[in-house]
Design a protein around this ligand. Sequence first.
Ligand code: CTP
Length: 342
Amino acid sequence: LAPNGSAAYERHTAELTSCIIAFLSPILPTEEEYRIKEATRRQLERLAARVSPGAKLLAFGSMANGFALRNSGKKDGEPTTKHTASELVEILGQLIREETDFNVMPLPKARIPIIKISRSPTAELPYEISCDIGFENRLALENTRLLLSYAMVDPPRLRTLVLFLKVWTKRRKLNSPYTGTLSSYGYTLLVLFFLTHVKRPAVLPNLQRIPPTRPLSPEEVELNGHNIYFYDDVATLRKEWSSKNKENVGELLIDFFKYFSKEFSYSKDVISLRTEGGLMSKDTKAWTAELCIEDPFQMGYNVSRTVTKDGLYTIRGEFMRASRILVNRSGRVSAAIAELCE
Ligand code: CTP
């Protein structure tokens, strides 16, 4: 092992960075895939408008936050309020089933009622589509906008790290909130916390703590009792924020894995992006879950509430395995990445 900061370590992490970029490039969505998804969004919006005239369907999650891999996406309907979300799930689900060739699975009883739809690739439409349709979920649109703003502050590093972690967590089966592990959204918050609050100098500013430079309307500050303010003038930020941290993606990734293998105190701390230091104690919040990640806007919501004791044990074991593989310089770096994601 070469020590951090040595020339050999620099060379190793630089090579790791190029290999990660090369590894990701064939699995990023193409322009054509975005076009097809946009056409699908319009098709579904027309169907939604038959249920609620004037309904709008807006993309959220990876298709709109800058962190998309092939075949991912979410949509949010914004209907008029005649029906409850559960009713809309039933009604629109039925309509989509009748009028399109999507597989449709309505989940009217979920915490946030959604319709899951999917379609296998065909000769004419060579992309799998798999997405969730939710209703009046403005907070999801706002947290999508927050993630997108972060993605735009330091696209090369943040985006590469998040995309790589998404692939890795999916390949290693660590991205399954239904079976005790964490959502992509949760992993993205871990990366944001690491780059904003752990790394010194920080790679990213805390957008929720930069004061506004213009008067804000009440709707920009509050939504359903939650403070949704964050500094979103990305053009200005890109001019004015230049991180003193010059570490490359390879170095950041190794340190991310090390930090979450050994340093983060899972038993005591809650990750809280919006705060000055990024951490709160579980005691203060009276939270007892295995892993605690406070949602950036919904302070009472633990994004990682799905992570079980076994799930966390697996995830931490995988963080350790990952740091071991990435610092080992005995073989080819591209082979190490393949092994890591096998
Ligand atoms: N979301 C949320 N709370 C969660 C999980 C997700 O509010 N516990 C919302 C967020 O708006 C997030 C979106 O749902 O941006 C999509 O989450 P997720 O599926 O985890 O992320 P994607 O980037 O869409 O990832 P994937 O491609 O794995 O579906």
